[in-house]
Design a protein around this ligand. Sequence first.
Ligand SMILES: [Mn+2]
Length: 283
Amino acid sequence: MNLNLERLINEPNQIGTLGIEEIQQLISDAGALLEKEPKLVTFDGKKILFVGDTHGDLESTIPIVKRFLGEGYDGAVFLGDYVDRGLQQIENMNYLLALKILYPEKVLLLRGNHETPLANRYYGFLNAVTTNFSVQFYNSYSKLFSRLPYACMVNGEILCLHGGLAKGLNIIKQIENLPSEVEVSNPVLFQLLWNDPRERIRGFVPSDRGDGIFFFGRDVYETFAKNNKIKYMIRAHEVFPNGFRWYFDGKILSLFSANQYTIPVEAKIAELTPQGDLRVIPV
Ligand SMILES: [Mn+2]
């Protein structure tokens, strides 16, 4: 069996017609690629697209991918949270896996806190996969999720990750040694996927998201950025009605890229322009 990936990307309505064997092939081909990727990916390019949470909203992912393919981008960094909550979680994930397999060097899929069984048990993906396929099949996805990279350094100065900085993370290279866990137990990894920045706090403050999750203040970010020579951080994980927020006077860009969500959102993505600016773009 040979999937026509190009056709799949160009005719997204095909993605909902895939059978279990075809999806298994997507998972295994993407898994083989991800197994070779480091947990901290380095990526260089002049024109790069950044995408926040899509949460099963294939209707938002399609125009984003179309833009990526049509406008001469050197790469696209997806910041995690592809599944849970939305109407087409399986389709959204499979569509992005097909894109990754077609453009393995240009497309980067980072892990979000929703690429874990902990989130999938409560927010819909486990249910979607078991209803349509089986519990065993869900395990193929969760194993794949454990292989996703945790962060990306773009042009040596833009740090991309899903959630935020973590207690105990001082040097960016530490991310390289974080484990590939299906159930996330490493506290630094857990916080990378779950933490959020906050403007008017100092240090780390417990988050209302749950145990072991923290808000981090500007002081935490500035120390980390100085020690690791980071110019910007781009992350996702938080929803805003207008789809984005700049934290700490333009140092951290937070993106949310699903138009259809539990609240109305004007979804946004961002691009690094060849001039070196970060530009926020509507989806
Ligand atoms: Mn998230």
